[in-house]
Design a protein. Structure first.
Length: 238
């Protein structure tokens, strides 16, 4: 049997967002598993939406087996937590446009309060309104038309209530910082960010200095949503 590859999507995405990457060859050497994270897609109504619950879900995806773990954005942050919580299960870690979180407690609390207000606004919106609003997020600026259409179609698989719960339970303000634990990672780690995603290129470079043997790849012709903009390059990294 091929080794398992677990793929964790970003906030407002679902596991379906990985289809272009798998179609570009990432699934040829692996048995891909791309779940919907709690609060998203088919798991929109699954509760509680907490880090511990999500880590339990990940552990159950390939029972008793080791696997390669890849995550994008929010999924990358969760993947980092998983790698530190169950290092004996993970052969390799691939993080795309990901961060270990906010190191400053005051900044993290401010972000948590902002996310709480945003979650309240989500609950008062339709999923169509929410999808249109999220497309205007500055980090997604410059998304080509085809990639933007794919991202919107994926967002429409969600519910406002599910995304609100995910933001409260799994958002940047909700999860603890892992900057001071990066040196504990012992599996091979690949860090990547799109060429237009200067913020996350800088974060990846900072992370490389703290993770033994980590490598950074800048993905050409891509911004933050590199898995949609240049799926072939992301597949090659995986």
């Amino acid at each position: 049997m091929l080794p398992a590859l677990v793929l964790l999507h970003g906030f407002t995405n679902t596991g379906a967002c990985w289809r272009p990457v798998l179609g570009a060859g990432a699934g040829e050497r692996y048995r891909p598993i791309a779940p919907d994270i709690r609060g998203h897609g088919t798991a929109s109504e699954l509760t509680p939406v907490t880090l511990d619950a999500v880590l339990g879900d990940i552990a159950a995806l390939a029972p008793g087996a080791r696997f390669t773990l890849a995550g994008y954005s929010m999924g990358g942050r969760i993947a980092l937590h998983a790698a530190l919580a169950m290092p004996e299960r993970i052969d390799r870690l691939v993080l795309i446009g990901a961060s270990p979180g906010l190191a400053d407690p005051a900044e993290r609390e401010a972000r948590r309060l902002t996310d709480e207000r945003l979650a309240d606004e989500f609950e008062a919106s339709t999923i169509d309104e929410l999808a249109s609003r999220w497309a205007l997020n500055p980090v997604l600026a410059g998304l080509p038309q085809a990639a933007a259409a794919a991202a919107r179609a994926d967002r429409l698989r969600n519910t406002p209530g599910g995304l609100a719960r995910a933001l409260r339970g799994l958002g940047t303000g909700a999860l603890p910082s892992l900057w001071d634990r990066l040196g504990e990672l012992r599996m091979p780690v690949a860090l990547a960010a799109g060429a237009r995603d200067s913020k996350f290129i800088a974060i990846a470079e900072q992370m490389r200095g703290l993770i033994p043997g980590a490598a950074v790849t800048v993905i050409p012709a891509a911004g933050h949503a590199a898995h949609l903009e240049n799926p072939a390059a992301v597949a090659a990294i995986i």
